[in-house]
Design a protein around this ligand. Structure first.
Ligand code: 5AD
Ligand code: SF4
Length: 469
C-alpha cells in the first residue's frame, strides 16, 4: 500500500525525468472479459484526457463501456481537487455508489485523479470507505490494468498513490471521445506554486514530453483525419524548460503547425512565461487559432503578490495589449478568483477596473476555496461568504456585458466553424476559430468538418448563424 504525503509532494528535485513505453501486465489481459465499466470524470481537460486513457486501458483488458452507471460491473471516479465543490461532488457520487453496492455485492469501485493524491482523502478512502476497492493517483495512471487485476484477484483494498512523480509513460492506449478533435498532453505538473493552488501537489513537478513524441502523435492524428488538437498542460508556456534542449513552446507550436493539422489550440498559459516569440509564431501560422486563455486571477497588485502570481496588473495589461495589437482579431479569455483571504473592497474594485479595461471575450470566475496543504489555506480570512458571493455576482455582471459586446463584433460576419455535433434542440453546433460557440441548421454530413457560417444573432454565451453559401 502507498499513501500520499503532501510534504513530499511539495518537494522538487533536479532529477532528470525518464520516458518509458507503456506495457500491459500480461496477467491482467483478459480480466475484464464479459464485464462492463463506467468512468465518471470531474475537473479540467487534463482529467478528461486522462479518462480517454483510462477507458482504453480498461477495454484493452476486456471491459466494455456502459452509459448507465447502474449497469456497470466496475465504476471508476476520476476526481478533481481544484475547489471544494468538485470534492463534494465526488464524495456525493461515492455515497450513491455505496448504495448501489448494497444490492450489487460484486460491484468494483475505483477512485483516481487529483483527489486521490491528497493525503486526507486517501486516508479517508482507506479507513472510512469500505465500498472502495482500489485507489490510485495521477502519477501511476498507466498502472490501471495491474491494479484492477490485484483488486479482483486479491479481494482486498488496493491503494497505490505516489507523492512523487515517476516516469513519463508514452503510448498509453487512448479511446478518444471524438474523431475530429483531440487532446495532446505536452507538459505534466506545475512548478509555479500559486499560493491558492493544489495542482503542484496533485500533479507533481513540471515534466515536458519530448518534442518528437508530441509531433509524432499529432502527425498520426492528421493521418487519421483529425481537424483540431488542443495541446494540454497546467502551464503550457513552461514547455521545454525542464528538457535542457533549448526548445520552448514557440518551437513546439511552430513544429505542430508544420504538421498541417487544420487547427491548434493550447491551454493553459501563465502570463509569466508568455514570450514575444510565442506571439510571433501564433501570428505567423494561420492554423494556430487566434484565441488565448490567459488567467489573470485578480486585478489587485496586493492580492496578486499574496497569490504568488509573479506579475503586476500593469504587466498583465502590457502583455494583453501586445497580444491584441499583434494578433488581429485574437480573442482572450481569463480566470478570476474573488474572495481571496482578506481581499478588500478596494482590491475587488481593482479587479473590476481590470475587467473593464480588458473587456474579456470569455472568462471563468470562482470564489476562493481553501485547499489543504497550500500556503493560502494558512491565511486567516475575515471576509464572509455572503460578501464573496456578492462580489462574484457583481463580477459576473461586468464580465457578461463584455462577452455580449465581443459576440456582437462578429454579427453578420462569416466565421470558420469546426462542426461538432447536434445540441439538445437538434441544431448543429461548433466553435469558431476565436472559440465562440455557434448554433445553426445543417445536415449531419458536415459534422467533423470546418465550414463557413454567417453570424445572424449574438447572445451573451453563444452565437446563432446560418451556413454560408
Ligand atoms: N479556489 C478557487 N479557484 C481556484 N482556482 C485554482 N485554485 C483555486 C482555489 N483554491 C481557479 C483558478 C485557475 C482555475 C483553473 O481554477 O482561477 O486558473
Ligand atoms: Fe482539477 Fe487541477 Fe486536477 Fe485538473 S489538474 S483535475 S483542475 S485539480
Amino acid at each position: 500500500m502507498n499513501l500520499p504525503d503532501l510534504t513530499q509532494a511539495r518537494k522538487r528535485t533536479k532529477e532528470k525525468v525518464v520516458t518509458e513505453l507503456y506495457n500491459t501486465n500480461i496477467n491482467a489481459r483478459h480480466i475484464g472479459i464479459g464485464k462492463t465499466y463506467y468512468v465518471k470524470t470531474y475537473g479540467c481537460q487534463m482529467n478528461e484526457h486522462d479518462t480517454e486513457n483510462l477507458k482504453a486501458m480498461l477495454e484493452e483488458i476486456g471491459f466494455q463501456e456502459v452509459i448507465d452507471v447502474e449497469k456497470a460491473d466496475l465504476v471508476l471516479l476520476n476526481t478533481c481537487s481544484i475547489r471544494e465543490n468538485a470534492h463534494n461532488k465526488a464524495f456525493g457520487m461515492l455515497g450513491r455508489l455505496k448504495h448501489l453496492k448494497e444490492t450489487k455485492k460484486d460491484l468494483i469501485i475505483g477512485v483516481c485523479g487529483c483527489m486521490a493524491q491528497e493525503e486526507s482523502v486517501a486516508t479517508e478512502l482507506l479507513n472510512k470507505h469500505k465500498e472502495v476497492n482500489f485507489v490510485f493517483g495521477t502519477h501511476n495512471l498507466h498502472r490501471l490494468p495491474d491494479l484492477v487485476f490485484e483488486a479482483l484477484s486479491k479481494d482486498k483494498k488496493v491503494i497505490e498513490v505516489f507523492s512523487k512523480e515517476g516516469t513519463i509513460v508514452e503510448k498509453i492506449p487512448v479511446k478518444r471521445e471524438n474523431s475530429y478533435k483531440a487532446y495532446v498532453n505536452i507538459i505534466y505538473g506545475c512548478d509555479k506554486f500559486c499560493t491558492y493552488c493544489i495542482v503542484p501537489f496533485t500533479r507533481g513537478k513540471q515534466r515536458s514530453r519530448m518534442p518528437k513524441n508530441i509531433i509524432n502523435e499529432v502527425k498520426d492524428l492528421v493521418h487519421d483525419g483529425y481537424q483540431e488538437v488542443t495541446l494540454l498542460g497546467q502551464n503550457v508556456n513552461a514547455y521545454g524548460k525542464d528538457l535542457d534542449i533549448n526548445y520552448g513552446m514557440e518551437d513546439l507550436l511552430r513544429d505542430v503547425a508544420k504538421t498541417n493539422i487544420p487547427r491548434i489550440r493550447f491551454v493553459t498559459s501563465h502570463p509569466w512565461d508568455f514570450t514575444d516569440k510565442m506571439i510571433d509564431v501564433i501570428k505567423e501560422y494561420p492554423n494556430i487559432m487566434p484565441y488565448i486563455h490567459l488567467p489573470v486571477q485578480s486585478g489587485s497588485n496586493r492580492i496578486l503578490k499574496l497569490m504568488g502570481r509573479r506579475y503586476t496588473k500593469e504587466e498583465y495589461i502590457t502583455l494583453f495589449d501586445k497580444i491584441r495589437n499583434k494578433i488581429p482579431g485574437c480573442t482572450i479569455s481569463t480566470d478570476i478568483i474573488v474572495g481571496f483571504p482578506n481581499e478588500t473592497e478596494e482590491d475587488f474594485k481593482e479587479t473590476l477596473s481590470l475587467v473593464d479595461y480588458c473587456k474579456f471575450d470569455g472568462a471563468y470566475s470562482f470564489i476562493y476555496s481553501p485547499r489543504e496543504g497550500t500556503a493560502a489555506a494558512k491565511l486567516e480570512d475575515k471576509i464572509s461568504i455572503d460578501e464573496k458571493e456578492k462580489r462574484l455576482y457583481t463580477l459576473n455582471e461586468h464580465l457578461n456585458k463584455y462577452f455580449l459586446e465581443s459576440n456582437k463584433k462578429v454579427l453578420n460576419k462569416i466565421v470558420p466553424v469546426l462542426v461538432e455535433g447536434r445540441n439538445e434542440k437538434g441544431k448543429l453546433f461548433g466553435y469558431t476559430d476565436t472559440f465562440k460557440l455557434i448554433n445553426f441548421n445543417g445536415e449531419d454530413n458536415i459534422i467533423g468538418t470546418i465550414v463557413n457560417v454567417k453570424v445572424t444573432d449574438s447572445k451573451t454565451w453563444s452565437l446563432d448563424g446560418e451556413i454560408d453559401g
